[in-house]
Design a protein around this ligand. Structure first.
Ligand SMILES: C[S@@+](CC[C@H](N)C(=O)[O-])C[C@H]1O[C@@H](n2cnc3c(N)ncnc32)[C@H](O)[C@@H]1O
Length: 192
């Protein structure tokens, strides 16, 4: 997918998951242990890019379904090529700030994962959490510099936590992704 190695051990092929390329791998390397990505999980992924992290979730949720939304047509072309080889991946060319345009196809999911690197990242996430089932898990990747270039990242992460809590979600983890992804944090919530 991106030049990662494919070591084989005891006739089983593994894929290296690079924490410098994928924030979800960085979350694990940084000690994050909230892990709702079961083999059969349904996932709504917002800001899929060319599908680097999506491809790993597709491996992990092998019998689940990943709906991957991407707004850039250029990145979407690569995502489409990936989806041709992966039966559990549904690519959507769309804007995550307008969930009404794809919500009908998605229904209710076990996991909402968002990595859009936009100023209004929290409000986009909150709009999409309507599709998260009760008891489901949301991952918001916060890019501090997208929210406010001047504020200290810790303050931006705390504000994201506060916004999600005041909307009725339980915040289970707020974790910096440094040194793999500087000025980024994962905020993990569950829906009551
Ligand atoms: C940091 S990159 C994503 C990398 C990807 N999540 C990964 O780990 O492989 C952010 C992506 O979000 C997309 N994006 C930004 N705003 C968006 C929106 N409103 N709706 C959907 N995608 C958006 C950008 O086009 C870009 O591809």
């Amino acid at each position: 997918m991106y030049g990662e190695s494919l070591p084989v051990e005891a006739a089983v092929e593994y894929r290296r998951w690079d924490a410098n390329r994928s924030k979800l791998a960085a979350y694990l390397k940084c000690g994050g242990r909230r892990w709702p990505f079961g083999e059969q999980a349904s996932v709504l992924y917002l800001g899929a890019g060319s599908g680097t992290t999506v491809s790993h979730i597709s491996d992990v949720c092998a019998r689940g379904l990943i709906t991957a939304v991407e707004v850039s047509s250029r990145s979407f072309r690569n995502l489409l090529t990936l989806a041709e080889r992966r039966a559990n991946l549904v690519p959507v060319l769309g804007d995550a700030s307008k969930p009404q345009t794809y919500a009908g196809r998605v229904g209710s999911v076990d996991v909402v994962y968002q990595d859009v690197a936009q100023r209004d990242q929290e409000s986009i996430f909150l709009k999409n959490l309507g599709m998260l089932r009760s008891g489901g898990t949301g991952f918001l990747i916060v890019k501090a510099r997208s929210a406010d270039v001047t504020a200290p990242p810790t303050r931006v992460f705390a504000a994201a936590k506060e916004a999600l809590m005041s909307s009725g979600f339980s915040v289970m983890d707020v974790r910096s992704l440094a040194p793999f992804q500087t000025d980024h944090a994962a905020v993990v919530v569950t829906k009551p």
